[in-house]
Design a protein around this ligand. Structure first.
Ligand SMILES: Cc1cc2nc3c(=O)[nH]c(=O)nc-3n(C[C@H](O)[C@H](O)[C@H](O)COP(=O)(O)OP(=O)(O)OC[C@H]3O[C@@H](n4cnc5c(N)ncnc54)[C@H](O)[C@@H]3O)c2cc1C
Length: 418
């Protein structure tokens, strides 16, 4: 049986970042796919570069930003000032919706404003749905926040914890509303972002350049974990470890290690359609659009306006329940109809496409999932098992969080880490 000091489950950005940070040569990464990168992979077709939906680099810390820029030294980067819209009642408004309600028809603006004024603003809401009503009022909630997020999460928002979206839900104050009303720009977490011209995979490749790729076993799916014996079994064999670092979804980990109740962890799944067309984009500025209405998609992004390309190149995100049967051909047909309806396409012909199902995509954070997640993470830490990344920690987080979690864990486990 092969023994390793650091056994890492998953070669997404979290697993690669930890392997890079821990610095020793004594590590092994087990990855079920035949390509590393997880959700940060890119896909290439003639004339088009696509990701698993847009994967852009925005940062909460200047230190992490400087680190990523250094990792991407020599890679062509697009520096983008965000332009996002909402398609509401057949018109395009600026996003976030809650900051731009003055762009609604006058009576709807007044309704949102009045409801916001009388929203009770308390902090005792039992669910995400009641939380947004409490904070933003019924107008903003019922016109955008609730229908949009129900399409995305594919569940009743009463099932989710009040703080499900955490830092990703732009907070609203009257000062902020006035700033936007007067045409000035306020701030949200991703007003500016970086994007490698050849796709997010460039960051994955930068990590791979620093790693010994013979220590990354691709196409090797983990199927059992024994935290007493400190072993992991895959489709190819059994490995023993000193420290186990898991980046695979927590519900799967729980089943493999028999260490909790995975039925308490729910999520949606999403279908991402990457679509390439034969004509240029009608819109030359917008980066992505949110759709709270009856269109099949909840968000459409324009690669061609982020890393300029001659022709329209879109990612389309469709939220589904985890138990839903997915018929990709039907989704593409309906998407093409709806893209025309919302005036993103007119005479455009689809010349290239690619579909990915992501599961889990957005985890459903509930009281029970939070308690079980915390219990498992704490219990596993006592056994030298550590969770890194959005799905291993069953949370709503981003690439910069993965990198920071990997850095912190490496510093804790290995005093000689970077
Ligand atoms: C639609 C969408 C858009 C997003 N956009 C952004 C964005 O713009 N910016 C941003 O910063 N973040 C974004 N994110 C979040 C970002 O994708 C994640 O935070 C990050 O990629 C998580 O990386 P990870 O390595 O933890 O997980 P993953 O990328 O999921 O990697 C886990 C790896 O484990 C492997 N694995 C799973 N099971 C097994 C098994 N049994 N055996 C072996 N290997 C296994 C998987 O194949 C995968 O490679 C987005 C997420 C989604 C869903």
């Amino acid at each position: 049986m092969q023994h390793t000091k650091y056994l890492i489950l998953g070669a997404g950005i979290s697993g690669l970042a930890f392997a890079y940070e821990q610095r020793s040569d004594d590590y092994l990464i087990l990855e079920k796919e035949t390509v590393p990168g997880g959700l940060c992979r890119s896909f290439y077709a003639p004339g088009f570069v696509w990701d698993v939906a847009g994967h852009f680099f925005h940062f909460h810390s200047d230190q992490t930003k400087a680190f990523v820029k250094q990792m991407l030294d020599g890679v062509e980067l697009c520096n983008v000032t965000k332009c996002a819209k909402v398609f509401y009642a057949d018109r395009y408004l600026n996003a976030p919706f809650q900051y731009n309600i003055h762009q609604l028809p006058h009576d709807e603006f007044m309704q949102c404003l009045t409801d916001l004024y009388f929203a009770n603003g308390l902090d005792d809401a039992p669910s995400f749905k009641s939380f947004v009503r409490q904070k933003f009022g019924a107008g903003i909630s019922d016109k955008f926040l609730i229908p949009y997020n129900e399409k995305l999460y594919a569940c009743d928002l009463d099932e989710l914890e009040r703080d499900s979206m955490g830092k990703f839900l732009p907070k609203l104050t009257f000062d902020m509303l006035m700033t936007f009303y007067h045409g000035q720009k306020g701030t949200t977490y991703n007003d500016f972002f970086l994007y490698p011209r050849q796709g997010t995979m460039q960051l994955v490749n930068s990590y791979l350049n620093h790693l010994d790729t013979s220590r990354i076993h691709l196409g090797e799916s983990v199927s059992a974990i024994d935290t007493d014996a400190k072993t992991v079994t895959t489709s190819q064999g059994t490995y023993s470890y000193d420290h186990l670092v898991s980046t695979i979804p927590l519900n799967r980990f729980i089943d493999f290690a028999h260490c909790g109740d995975s039925s308490l962890l729910h999520s949606n799944k999403i279908v991402v359609l990457n679509l390439g067309f034969d004509l240029p984009s009608r819109d030359k500025e917008v980066n992505w659009v949110y759709f709270p209405g009856d269109e099949i998609f909840y968000r459409v992004g324009f690669y061609n306006n982020i890393a300029p390309r001659p022709n329209l190149s879109l990612y389309v995100e469709i939220g589904c329940r985890s138990d839903e049967q997915v018929d990709i051909d039907r989704l593409i047909r309906q998407t093409l109809v709806d893209l025309k309806r919302v005036r993103i396409t007119d005479d455009h012909q689809l010349v290239s496409h690619h579909a990915i199902v992501v599961e889990p995509a957005y985890v459903h954070i509930t009281g029970q999932s939070k308690a079980e997640t915390q219990r498992v993470i704490d219990a596993m830490r006592q056994r030298d098992v550590h969770m890194v990344g959005r799905y291993a920690r069953w949370e709503y987080s981003a690439i910069d969080d993965s990198i920071e979690q990997a850095q912190q864990l490496a510093q804790t486990l290995s005093p000689t880490s970077r």
